[in-house]
Design a protein around this ligand. Structure first.
Ligand SMILES: [Zn+2]
Length: 443
């Protein structure tokens, strides 16, 4: 009974949304939307309950990046929806050694496409693994809902899928060349990246414009640039001995003090640089310790009266351009190899992750199309968001090959935190914006 009431409430709130946006469209009729475009808008309004149902269904399947079965299940649900829009779907498997589920790809089969060839980007996985607290899809108020990946980015996947269905319903996909790519390991990509992103990059190269459906930061901003991500690992070893001798030249300072000195120096030297961030995510030290990179897990044994001989710190490093990344690495390397505390040795290693997506003129041209769409929908112009407000994303792997825009997905709060939310009231506009953008780019 509860369920029935709940669904009824959703349907009610969506109906009122639909009415709101209908009156919005009516008031802007004649200012830019063609008849065909208006029909797509009406389709989206009419199908919002289905959009929410799809969101709920996908959110309620745990699909942490390491949960291979869960990621495949979400992929199967989306594949069905994309096939319903007339797209050809396939599953890209990865070698077992990567311990990742693989990816879903859906493409139109148009022989002579019009306009730009589009590459749409989503992901099936979330940061929430099965051993983390469950958070079933729940409507919190009339306008927000919570659930694992509701915002990042099952909401964005739904935006993309409904927009494609809206195009298909008006026969507007038949002349379009569109490939929709949903990675299964965006939040924790399998290594080596050349394998986990090889097919993604190859297919993208056959397109001209990439549209990413990661979370929207506000209704009238999109990302024309994104920061890249990489990681580092600091290993400190030191003389051990009785704690009573600590701070002396002969006994030394131990590995924990030296590791602390180093990461504090990192902060002092680099923390105010624009677009640069680095975060020590785990620090383990003691008499005996181990850290398993593949599981992001470790343990330590130590005593308060023993100077710690081992410490490991692992962190990320985010940047806008390669030059910024390389400069930060040089500064960090210098801190690690100079002025070491007595009795300690430190080594830092860097690992490349996702490249940055630099702001380009081509990206700005696509932004202009999106801005035209949001103006025609009565929301005013769309502008480029601050690249510093975003992490890295799959779109960055292909940014050097084509024009790119990200942030076309769902709006909400608290991505990557338990209790993340999606704003359901804004979903109809975001789906409409996506559908109109894709349509206008493929004419
Ligand atoms: Zn995401």
């Amino acid at each position: 009974m509860k369920k029935v009431l709940f669904l009824f409430a959703v349907a009610l709130s969506l109906t009122s949304n639909a009415q709101q946006s209908k009156s919005l469209n009516a008031s802007t009729a004649g200012t830019g939307l063609t008849k065909e475009e208006q029909k797509m808008m009406d389709y989206i309004d009419a199908n919002m309950p289905r959009a929410i149902a799809l969101l709920k269904e996908s959110v309620n399947i745990n699909s942490g990046s390491l949960n291979i079965e869960g990621v495949k299940k979400v992929g199967a649900i989306f594949a069905k929806e994309l096939a319903a829009a007339g797209l050809k779907t396939e599953w890209i498997s990865l070698p077992d050694s990567l311990k990742r589920a693989g990816h879903l790809v859906a493409s139109t089969t148009t022989k002579k496409p019009k306009g730009k060839k589009l590459f749409l980007i989503g992901h099936l996985d979330t940061v929430f693994e099965p051993d983390m607290p469950a958070n079933p899809f729940t409507i919190l108020t009339d306008s927000t809902a919570t659930g694992q990946g509701a915002n990042d980015m099952k909401g964005g996947d739904v935006v993309m899928i409904l927009a494609l269905q809206a195009m298909q319903a008006q026969g507007l996909l038949k002349d379009a060349a569109i490939t929709a790519y949903f990675t299964g390991d965006e939040e924790s990509a399998g290594n080596p990246r050349a394998v986990s992103r090889g097919d993604f990059i190859e297919r993208a190269k056959q397109s001209e414009v990439a549209l990413g459906f990661e979370g929207a930061t506000g209704l009238v901003t999109v990302a024309t640039a994104r920061r890249g991500a990489s990681s580092w690992r600091l290993d400190v070893t030191a003389k051990t001995g009785h704690s009573s001798g600590v701070f002396t030249q002969s006994a030394g300072y131990g590995a924990i003090y030296e590791a602390s000195r180093i990461i504090n120096e990192f902060r002092l030297a680099l923390s105010t640089e624009k677009y640069l961030t680095f975060n020590p995510g785990i620090m383990i030290g003691g008499s005996e310790m181990n850290y398993d990179d593949s599981k992001a897990k470790g343990n330590a044994i130590g005593k308060t009266n023993i100077i710690a001989p081992n410490t490991t710190v692992v962190g990320d490093l985010r940047f806008l351009t390669e030059a910024q990344k390389n400069n930060a690495r040089a500064v960090m390397q210098n801190i690690v190899s100079t002025n070491n505390l007595a009795g300690t040795k430190a080594v830092i290693t860097f690992q490349d992750g996702i490249p940055g997506m630099a702001p380009t003129e081509g990206n700005s041209k696509i932004l202009a199309v999106i801005s035209g769409v949001s103006t025609d929908l009565g929301k005013g112009v769309t502008v480029a968001g601050d690249p510093g407000s975003r992490g890295a994303g799959d779109i960055s792997y292909i940014a050097e090959f084509m024009d790119c825009i990200d942030g076309l997905g769902a709006s909400g709060k608290g991505a990557h935190a338990v209790g993340e939310t999606i704003n359901l009231n804004e979903l109809p506009f975001l789906i409409k914006r996506a559908a109109l953008t894709m349509y206008r780019l493929t004419r």
